[in-house]
Design a protein around this ligand. Structure first.
Ligand SMILES: *[C@@H]1O[C@H](CO)[C@@H](O)[C@H](O)[C@H]1NC(C)=O
Ligand SMILES: *[C@@H]1O[C@H](CO)[C@@H](O)[C@H](O)[C@H]1NC(C)=O
Ligand SMILES: *[C@@H]1O[C@H](CO)[C@@H](O)[C@H](O)[C@H]1NC(C)=O
Ligand SMILES: *[C@@H]1O[C@H](CO)[C@@H](O)[C@H](O)[C@H]1NC(C)=O
Length: 443
């Protein structure tokens, strides 16, 4: 039987779960110790679990997998597997484009229906593909591809209205951005619902309090632009002219829309991709709460935040120089780092490591710690991170392109002014990143 103390601690821990944070633009290490590979993604919520379904860009732009991850909190992601993987030939074969996968559940058939952009490597086919699954994150059976109502279709999205009617959102380069009504089983397109003649891609549609909001970007390839929204109380008419929602000139905080996710508490979250066109696997995610108020939508930038929509708690920053060095670890120059230096030579044959002692947390709870780092390689580096004597957790550190990046670590901290120890060490014999700072939430 659990003691009163352990029950109390468990209650406190769940009350304080608020220390798990979304950090836009960071390396997000999933349960498979790799950065989340779910680009151009959508999210579907089943019971209380979120499933993130997107493109695997581990080896670049050509189709590899449509990956699925699950989470209870939108921060800690478990890699579940692939819904579709590359085949020897055909639509899903080598050197194919399979982008912006989105899944809807069809109540009538009891099936999960996956739509995606299907193309040749030069984007000349401009089609949609459809696949069907019995479980949200299981394997899907590919049905084939076509041009919806004989129109070109590149970037796409899906939307289900309150009455269960499904819609395809489709960028038709010759005519504009379309909303198209799906058949009742969601497997085909029935009719065109609305056409904007504007050149808008990356569409995502959400309904809030009886009003529809369509989000999208202008056409600037992998480069970001100031994304836009249009709103109406009807899908078929009355759409407002396109307007910005993020700070003008910020290029949507360097991101492109991929999905807009309503949460049970009424918060609506923008999900964007921060593409790295020179190394697509290093693309990250910019997720931020939207402020939707009548016909007005705005979105403020945040370095980090707590789902569903809270500001991040205060944090303490620990510089690399506060750590104790062991093995090969030593100071290195780091032009993008906060002081021009970092702790390097972590890992390797001489097992360089850093020990940060006396780390403060005011709550015993799972917390998102940010590791600011540099990685000049074109591939990810990895480090083992041990907290309070626990086992090493393998964390990924994406390339930082001459700048400084952030990698997140979700770990249990103990309450106490100086009661936590974090060790960053090599793993599997490789080199870790050059470490600049740790940023640790206080509560
Ligand atoms: C990436 O390429 C390597 C080497 O060809 C291969 O082993 C690996 O399975 C590929 N990964 C994906 C996700 O396709
Ligand atoms: C949301 O936007 C409305 C008006 O558009 C504004 O009055 C309100 O202060 C904003 N809320 C937040 C939390 O920024
Ligand atoms: C490493 O850099 C820190 C911060 O600049 C400095 O305090 C420390 O003395 C340096 N260590 C060595 C061995 O140079
Ligand atoms: C590397 O150093 C860390 C920190 O001192 C230690 O925990 C770990 O056991 C060492 N690993 C090896 C392989 O020596």
């Amino acid at each position: 039987m659990p003691s009163l103390r352990s029950l109390l601690l468990a209650a406190l821990a769940s009350a304080a779960e608020a220390s798990l944070q979304v950090v836009p633009g960071a390396t997000w290490t999933a349960s498979n110790s790799q950065h989340v590979q779910a680009h151009g993604a959508g999210v579907i919520r089943v019971d209380s679990t979120y499933y993130l379904i997107g493109e695997d860009k581990t080896n670049g732009s050509a189709f590899q997998n449509v990956n699925c991850y699950s989470s209870q909190d939108l921060v800690q992601w478990k890699y579940e597997g692939a819904l579709l993987s590359r085949t020897d030939s055909g639509d899903l074969g080598p050197n194919r484009v399979v982008e912006r996968p989105k899944v809807l559940f069809n109540e009538a058939t009891g099936k999960y229906v996956l739509w995606m952009h299907i193309d040749s490597s030069n984007y000349g086919e401009a089609k949609v593909g459809v696949a069907v699954g019995d479980t949200v994150c299981g394997s899907y059976e590919y049905q084939g591809s076509f041009q919806p109502l004989d129109h070109q279709s590149r970037d796409m999205g899906l939307f289900a209205d309150d009455d269960g009617t499904g819609y395809l959102l489709s960028e038709d380069r010759q005519n504009g951005l379309r909303i198209m009504k799906l058949a009742s089983d969601y497997l085909s397109v029935e009719s065109s619902t609305y056409l904007w003649s504007d050149s808008i891609e990356a569409p995502a549609l959400v309904k809030v309090d009886g009003r529809y909001y369509m989000f999208g970007s202008r056409l600037t390839g992998w480069d970001p632009n100031d994304n836009l929204y249009s709103t109406s109380t009807s899908l078929t008419e009355g759409w407002s002219s396109w307007a910005t929602f993020a700070d003008v000139g910020s290029k949507t905080y360097t991101s492109q829309t991929n999905y807009v996710l309503p949460l049970p508490d009424g918060t609506v979250i923008y999900l964007g991709d921060r593409w790295k066109s020179s190394n697509l696997m290093a693309s990250t995610y910019v997720w931020l709460p939207l402020n939707i108020s009548g016909t007005t939508v705005t979105m403020a930038n945040r370095a980090s935040w707590v789902p569903p929509s809270s500001a991040a708690p205060a944090s303490t920053t620990y510089a690399f120089s506060a750590a104790t060095y062991a093995g090969s670890a030593r100071n290195v120059t780091c032009s993008g780092c906060s002081s021009g230096s970092a702790a390097g030579y972590i890992g390797g044959d001489e097992n360089g490591s850093l020990t940060f002692s006396g780390i403060r947390s005011d709550a015993s709870t799972r917390s998102t710690v940010q590791i600011r780092y540099a990685n000049g390689d074109s591939t990810s580096r990895y480090a083992g991170v041990r907290v309070n004597g626990g086992g090493a957790i393998k964390i990924a550190f994406l390339p930082t392109f001459g700048s400084v990046g952030t990698s997140t670590l979700n770990v249990d901290l103990r309450a106490g002014g100086d009661s936590n120890t974090i060790v960053i060490e090599g793993i599997d014999g490789g080199w870790g990143p050059d470490v600049d700072q740790l940023i640790v939430p206080v509560s």
